[in-house]
Design a protein around this ligand. Structure first.
Ligand code: SAH
Length: 364
């Protein structure tokens, strides 16, 4: 069993089942996540006998690196090979004063959003907790920071490949490891789950763990959202926003949900859309993040004009809705939002995947 797959409660239970003291599990977690070790031999406060037992029962293993690409803006994209021949992508986005790691939670995605390239490959399989967490550990180790003090990764967003709430049972322990003081020790505002709107799981998330939420809204009316984000046919906007109200209710006043809104030229970017969006969100603890559309081969959409994006933002801001425009990062290496496709070696539609081979590989 790979230790990256167990949160603290699960690891303690595994140790108890082996007849070991639970606090030993805490020590092992600190070695892995705070000190960045992946070898039992280095865990010097643990007896040699126990280290040998652990090595028989467990492994600490990251997926294999396929390629690393570095964008002109410093964004890095790693393609990692999972067991079974699938590959996923993890993106590192350094900015002034923070550095965000964008992680994947599924190989492909079943949500079928019409403007997303990951959608084109369909869902191949869920990732395990170990595979989700190993991305973070791998990135921290590759970036060479101290796991404890100098944080090379300050924020984690579940905005890579996949719909995290459609893989809830693996994502929940992963969130717990990210937040745990014996794990990565990130604060709850620095871990963001982004969802296309799986209402029942928004409610479960609220009950199970305290973490930041982003919701991919993308349209102010059901007719348009049905087309862009098909899960809307099952959980329409009114139900989604009710779940969002429940999510922030009872949390402190600073808790906002970020509503993501991809800007598609002539589709959802008109002033009337902005006004309708403002009406929807007017009474809510909301921020809006406008995402200029990132194109990919064979898409029917174009990115909104910069003036349209600015005009849209102004309408929202005039109505006192905090609005940001996401800066496009890493698009020269196809690492921008909605451009992640992994590289898939098993039977499935993978015509978009081929283009990963076209871009220069800086190092492997
Ligand atoms: N499944 C999750 C994570 C998706 S990726 C979700 O739906 O929220 C993070 C964001 O990028 C989502 O808001 C998604 O809708 C957006 N996105 C997808 N494709 C895009 C594209 N081609 N250009 C810009 N943003 C895109």
């Amino acid at each position: 069993m790979n230790l990256f797959g167990l949160d603290r409660a699960q690891l303690r239970a595994a140790f108890a089942a082996m007849g070991e003291k639970p606090y030993r599990a805490d020590q092992v977690m600190q070695w892995i996540y705070r000190r960045g070790k992946d070898s039992f031999d280095e865990m010097s406060n643990i007896s040699k006998a126990l280290r040998e037992r652990l090595a028989q029962h467990f492994e600490i293993r990251t997926p294999e690196l396929v390629t690393e690409q570095v964008s002109a803006d410093g964004t890095r994209k790693w393609v990692l090979r999972l067991d079974g021949g699938n590959a996923i992508e993890t993106v590192y986005i350094p900015e002034e004063g923070r550095a965000t790691l964008c992680i994947s939670s599924q190989v492909g995605c079943a949500m079928d959003c019409s403007f997303c390239s990951t959608a084109q490959q369909g869902l191949n399989r869920n990732m395990t907790t170990a595979e989700i967490i190993a991305q973070v550990w791998f990135a921290a180790r590759t970036l060479g920071g101290d796991f404890q003090n100098e944080r090379v990764i300050s924020n984690i967003v579940f905005m890579g490949m996949g719909e995290p709430l459609a893989n809830y049972n693996a994502v929940l322990p992963a969130i717990r490891i990210l937040l745990d003081d014996f794990g990565f020790g990130l604060s709850k505002r620095r871990v963001t789950v982004s969802t296309s709107g799986l209402v029942p799981f928004i409610d479960r998330l609220r009950e199970d763990v305290d973490t930041a939420l982003a919701v991919s809204l993308h349209a102010p009316t059901d007719a348009l959202r049905d087309e862009l984000v098909p899960i809307n046919r099952k959980y329409p906007i009114a139900e989604l926003l009710d779940a969002c109200r429940r999510y922030t209710a009872g949390k402190d006043r600073k808790t906002h949900i970020v509503y993501e809104y991809v800007m598609l030229d002539g589709v959802n970017d008109k002033p009337e859309h902005a006004r309708a969006l403002a009406r929807l969100l007017g009474d809510m603890a909301a921020k809006v993040n406008l995402i200029p559309f990132n194109p990919f081969p064979q898409t029917q959409y174009r990115r909104s004009k910069p003036e349209a994006i600015q005009a849209f933002a102004k309408i929202l801001r005039d109505r006192r809705i905090l609005t940001t425009v996401r800066r496009t990062r890493g698009d020269d290496i196809d690492a921008a939002c909605g451009q992640l496709v992994g590289r898939v070696q098993s039977r499935q539609k993978n015509r978009l995947s081929a283009r990963i081979g076209d871009v220069p590989v800086i190092s492997t």
